[in-house]
Design a protein around this ligand. Structure first.
Ligand code: GLY
Length: 346
């Protein structure tokens, strides 16, 4: 097992081990005790729900389970209210805990339920998608979406632990693997040239063989960033490389055409094309293509740039964006919206 300690105010460990899912019960009982509410979606429940519940029950924990329909459409106030009511009806108290079993949507909404129910109870993340394993399960960002936009209501609430099982990715549909690879490549770009080079030597059919190395490498980068800037007021912004334009791409296409990871990949390529050197741009595009990730989108820059001005990383009238020059070294830059548009010759 690889253990990555996250030294934030409420410190915790990310445990990476093949097969760790089957040891959920003993680990959660040791950390939290009490009873346990497993929150998951219908897709993940069908594959892992029974095994995780059985493991918790075998460890002697009273266990209840709440299952909601998969997809971003469930990450809203209505589902959150259902979760709160479910926890009340099942007598979950502050000495109990939640288990988030699933991808980013499950992790985000369960984390927010844990942050708010009874003014805060413990929760454990068990991420089952690549994107959740390398990114969203670590760092304590929790949220739900509003009709006005994604992740607009949330809280920082660190988990009591993250149990990361690379074997769970074997059942991951291809489009989710591609989605997660967008974020994996981002980690190489912002902080680890050697990781980037490794990714450039693999493709969708071979990369899983290297997950025991790649997943802890990504988590360690995220740990270092979060340890320095838990509340996202400075350095943590480098995790948003490719996201300023990526979010604009998602919004331009009404969240229907590009997954988050695909939009981020195109966002990283567009950003590097205009702010990096030609070699970095070419290497990044080559790498993205290996994972069937887009390197551009048909939408004109004139359509995307206005959407960048809504980015959450705004500071007053200024926009913050990330560049990686050279590969493996991120910089945070600040510009007025007009200056930002000039970078793209607009
Ligand atoms: N996913 C970006 C962050 O955790 O800050």
């Amino acid at each position: 097992m690889k253990t990555i300690h996250v030294p934030v105010r409420d410190a915790y460990d990310v445990m990476v081990e093949r097969g760790i899912l089957s040891r959920t019960g003993e680990i959660v009982r040791e950390l939290c005790g009490g009873a346990c509410a497993v929150i998951t979606d219908d897709n993940v429940n069908a594959i892992y729900g029974d095994a995780v519940v059985a493991s918790l029950e075998a460890a002697g924990m009273r266990t209840v389970r709440f299952v909601f329909p998969h997809g971003e459409g469930s990450k809203n106030a209505a589902t959150l209210t259902q979760i709160w009511s479910f926890l009340c009806r099942n007598d979950i108290t502050r000495s109990d805990c939640l288990v988030a079993l699933g991808g980013g949507v499950v992790g985000d909404i369960t984390g927010f339920a844990a942050a708010t129910f009874l003014r805060g109870i413990r929760y454990v993340q068990i991420p089952t998608s690549l994107l959740a394993q390398v990114d969203s399960s670590v760092g304590g960002k929790t949220a739900i979406d509003l009709p006005e936009g994604k992740n607009l209501v949330g809280a920082f609430k660190q988990p009591a632990a993250v149990l990361c099982d690379p074997d769970a990715l074997r059942t991951l549909p291809r489009e989710f693997l591609i989605d997660g690879m967008g974020e994996v490549i981002k980690y190489g770009m912002i902080a680890d040239e050697a990781l980037f080079a490794l990714l450039c030597g693999c493709d969708l059919s071979t990369v899983q063989e290297h997950f025991d190395e790649i997943i802890p490498a990504c988590i360690s980068i995220k740990r270092d960033v979060v340890a320095e800037d838990e509340l996202d007021t400075g350095l943590r912004m480098i995790l948003n490389f490719g996201h300023t334009i990526g979010h604009a791409i998602e919004a331009y296409y009404h969240y229907e055409t590009y997954t988050h990871g695909c939009a981020v990949a195109a966002g990283m390529c567009i950003m590097t094309r205009y702010t990096g050197n030609a070699d970095a741009y070419e290497r990044l595009c080559e790498c993205c293509k290996r994972y069937d990730l887009p390197t551009a989108v048909p939408a004109p820059l004139e359509g995307l740039l206005p959407l960048c001005s809504h980015d959450k990383k705004r500071a007053g009238g200024n926009l913050r964006y990330i560049t990686c020059e050279p590969i493996g070294k991120a910089q945070i830059r600040t510009a007025t919206f007009a200056e930002f548009c000039r970078i793209f010759g607009r």
